[in-house]
Design a protein around this ligand. Sequence first.
Ligand code: UT7
Length: 316
Amino acid sequence: MNGIKLLSTGSAVPAKVVTNDDLAKIVDTNDEWISTRTGIRSRRYCGEGESHTALCLAAARQALARSGVKPSELGVCVVATFTQDFLTPAAACLLQRELGLLEDTVCFDLNAACSGFVYALHTAQCLLAAAPRKYGLVLGAEVLSRVTDFDDRSTCVLFGDGAGAAVVEWRADYPSLHAVLGCRGNDECLYAPGVNTSRPAHIHMDGQPVFRFAVEAVPRCAKEVLSKAGLGLEDVDRFVFHQANQRIIDFAIKKLGVDPDKCTGNIARTGNTSAASVPLLLDELVTAGALRSGQKALCVGFGGGLTWAGALLELA
Ligand code: UT7
């Protein structure tokens, strides 16, 4: 047994709330279509003066303050994202400067799209095992509004901005995350082009194949994590699913046969925030007292890559 536990969480979202009715003023859509097909009612968009870096910093500071861990005690800082302010420097490098992390703290960004935060948790666990300092800072952060195609009504209604942070501690007597990570390379049904492609610089998604992928991957991944951990569904206190579409989550709940009250989400207020989605929800659950010390959260991400990732995270 050796692994990480969650010590604390933090989050930050932009000030601007964009409702479905607001979007209906700029694209041919309506609140009824968006809310019944996705469960989304509003999302947040960064405005002038707000940035990916600022969201990360606010979420990280909150998580650190709540944990009592000093920046100089961190061995690792990983930011899961694909919408950081700069291709380089990484968002994590800017956090190193702003938070005053020691220069030998391992700081980098990780791109596994909507599975990114769970990939980053697993990565932090592996790195902390060998690091001189055993605390890690793990974030998921996105500013998707800046890569959204507002001429495409089938995608622009889905996405939102935000950042979630977690402080974790590695100990030899802590349980492993029992992470299950996977990918099936595909640049057709879900992608955001980089600087070396001629495709339009927006998120593109063919919803239906991604939907079919997600409803298969989420329950399978959740079961594989539990099988690795030697635990059952009844041992999980909270299921923290990537908030992409309430219909996908409802499908997973039904397929797994778990209590919907253990699967409450926040998609109605956040939209799909990709890598930020799981840590934003974790923070909401922890601050609401819905995930408490000693309890286990089964986190499952899925999305661009195509990727999937699950991990069992215990609150210290
Ligand atoms: O986070 C990464 C992972 N992403 C996901 O997991 C997303 C997976 N996919 C989905 O969640 C769903 O496929 C969507 C929410 C994206 C779309 O829902 P859908 O039920 O698959 O709708 P659709 O694309 O099949 O479109 C159905 C109809 C079409 O009209 P016709 O052709 O039937 O006349 C669309 O043109 O809905 C129309 N439509 C809209 N109507 C009003 C598409 N977008 C909109 C809109 N408002 N915003």
